[in-house]
Write a protein that binds this ligand. Sequence first.
Ligand SMILES: Nc1ncnc2c1ncn2[C@@H]1O[C@H](COP(=O)(O)OP(=O)(O)OP(=O)(O)O)[C@@H](O)[C@H]1O
Ligand SMILES: O=P(O)(O)OC[C@H]1O[C@](O)(CO)[C@@H](O)[C@@H]1O
Ligand SMILES: [Mg+2]
Length: 627
Amino acid sequence: MDDYMMGVISRALKITRSFERKFYSLLFFNVSLLSPYTTYRISTDVKVRSLKSKAAPFYSKSREETFSKAFPSSLFRVQVVLLGSKPRQTSPAIRAESKPSSPTSNHNLDLRSSLASVKILPGNKGEPKPRSRGLASADLICEPKLVYGEAGYVLEDVPHFADFIPSLPTYPNPLQDNQAYSVVKQYFVNKDDTVAHKIVVHKNNPRGTHFRRAGPRQKVYFQSNEVHACIVTCGGLCPGLNTVIRELVCGLSDMYGVTKIVGIEGGYKGFYARNTIPFTPKSVNDIHKRGGTILGTSRGGHDTSKIVDSILDRGINQVYIIGGDGTQKGASVIFEEIRRRGLKVSVVGIPKTIDNDIAVIDKSFGFDTAVEEAQRAINAAHVEAESVENGIGVVKLMGRYSGFIAMYATLASRDVDCCLIPESPFHLEGNGGLFSFIEKRLKENGHMVIVVAEGAGQELIAESMRCMDQKDASGNKLLLDIGLWLSQKIKDYFSGKRKNATINLKYIDPTYMIRAVPSNASDNVYCTLLAHSAIHGAMAGYTGFTVGPVNGRHAYIPFYRVTEKQNKVVITDRMWARLLSSTNQPSFLHQRDIEDSGEDDKASLEYFETDNGHFVGEVCDDVSSTL
Ligand SMILES: Nc1ncnc2c1ncn2[C@@H]1O[C@H](COP(=O)(O)OP(=O)(O)OP(=O)(O)O)[C@@H](O)[C@H]1O
Ligand SMILES: O=P(O)(O)OC[C@H]1O[C@](O)(CO)[C@@H](O)[C@@H]1O
Ligand SMILES: [Mg+2]
C-alpha cells in the first residue's frame, strides 16, 4: 500500500475511533461524514475498503484506481467496516451521504456488517460544518445526502429506493408511448440535472447548493397496475388544496395509467381512524372550483407507527402528503419509519401554506390567491375610511410568523398607509410610534388604512394582557387577536382625556374568508406542476422529499431543508424597503434590529463557510429578496 492510501486509511481510522470515544457528541460534528441508511454501532475493530467493493478491504493498486476515479479529485471517500462484537441496543440510526456508484451496498442494516461511507477532504480541512439545528439524537436520521462536485458544487440529494432496497426492477416510463407527451422533444429530464439554490452568483463564488431537478425519468420503479397511491391533506386550509388533489389523481391516471388512488380523510389521524375514499379522474373533475379540501384536514393526531401500519395494511405504495411545515415534519418521520422497515413506499410532500413561510421554494400555492383576495378587504376598508371624517380602516390578514401576505397585499394595493408584520416589532406610544404616525396621516389625508398580519405585535398584547401561552393540537402557538386589540388601543388613544378627537374606525377580519376561496388561475397551474413533479419523482423511485420551484425550476428538496427553518420577511431587505417607501410609515427599526438581522444571516452562512472566506451557501431563504 502506498503513502497516499495509508494517509486515507489513517484518517478514516481516526474518525472512526473518535466515534468510539465520544459517540453522541461526535455524531453531531461528524454526521455529514456518514453514509445513508446505515445503522452505526460502536466498533472495536476497523477495516477499510473501497466503495466499489463489498467484499475485500482495498489494499491493492487496482482498488485504489477505481476509488479515485469515482469521485472528484478534491474529495476522497472510503468505506469503513465497523465490526462490533456486542452491538449496543440504543444506537441511533443515521444516514448522510449517498453512494450512487454502489447503491445496493448500503441497504444492509445488519449491525455486524454495516458500512459507513466516510468522506475525507485533503488534510481534513474545509469539511462543511453540519448545520446545528439543536435536534435531539432521533432527528439525526434526517442528515443530508450530499454529493460534491468541482468548483464548490454541492448536490443536496433526496433519498431513493435504491439506497435501501437492493435489486429493484425498473421499467420503461409509459410516458414514452403517451400520445400527448411522446411528441415532446427531450421530455425526460437528464438524470444529472440539478437546480441551483442561489441564482445570483459572483465570478469567484463556489457553485453552492443544488437540488435534484424534478420531472419524468426514462426508467420508473413502478408498473402502472402495481401503484396504489393515497393522498392526505393536513394543517390549515389554503386555496388550491383541491386543485392539487385533482391534479394528483388525473396526473397519475393520465400520465402513468394508475387506477388505484384513494384519499385519506381528515388529515394524519385519518390513516388509522377513518376509511379511505376511492378517487377517479371523474370523481375529482370539478373539485378545483371549490375552496377547502374535499378530504378534510386536521391538526395533531400524528401517530407514526399507526400511520405506517395503516399504509402497509392497505397495500399503499405511494403516499402524497399535502401540508405546511408541521405536515412536512410528519411526512419526514413517516418516511424514516418506512425506510427503517425497508418498504417500497414513496413518501412525497407537497408544500402547502397560505403564509408562504416554507423555506427554499419560491412561493407556496394559494399565496397569490390570498394576496388577490385580500385586495377586496383592503378596498372595502379604504372606501369606508375615506367616506368619513378621520376614518381609519384596520384589516387583519393571515401570517402566523411571516408577514408575506400583508406585505404583498400592501404593495399591490397602494391604499395602505401602514403595514404591521411579525418580523417588524412596533411600538404605539412616543416619537416614531404608531399613534403619532396615525395622527400625522389623518392630518395629511383625513383617513388611513392599516394592514396588520395576525402574528404582528403579539408581544405587545401579551405584555398588556398578561396572557399565558396557548397551543393548538399540533403545538402551534395560538395567537391573540391583534386586530381587535389594536383597534381598541387606537380608539382609547384618541378618546383619551388629552386627545378627545373623533375618529371613525372600522375593523375588518377577512382571514378565514380569504383562506376558504378556491385558487385563482395562476395558482391552479402552479398546483398542476407541483402534482406532476411529485408523481414523476415517486414513479422514478425517489422518496422522502418535498417538491417545489427553486428559482423557477421545480426540484426535489430533502424534507429537512423545508422543515429546519421558516421563511420570513427580511426587514433589512429591499422588498420591505419598497413597502416602507410606498407607505411612508415609520420603520420602527432600531440600530439593534438591523444588527440582529445581520447576525441571523451570519448564522445561516456558517455551515457553508470555507477556508478562503467565501460562502458556498445561501444567506437566507427570503422570498422577498428575489428582486
Ligand atoms: N414535528 C412533527 N412531527 C410529526 N408530526 C407533526 C410534527 N409537527 C406537526 N405534525 C403533524 O402535522 C400535521 C399538521 O401540522 P400543523 O397543524 O402544524 O400544520 P402545518 O402542516 O404546519 O400547516 P399550516 O401551519 O400551514 O396550517 C398535524 O397533524 C401534526 O400532528
Ligand atoms: O386553522 P386554524 O387552526 O385556525 O389556524 C390558523 C392559522 O393557520 C394558518 O392559516 C396557516 O398556518 C395561519 O395563517 C393561521 O394563523
Ligand atoms: Mg405550520
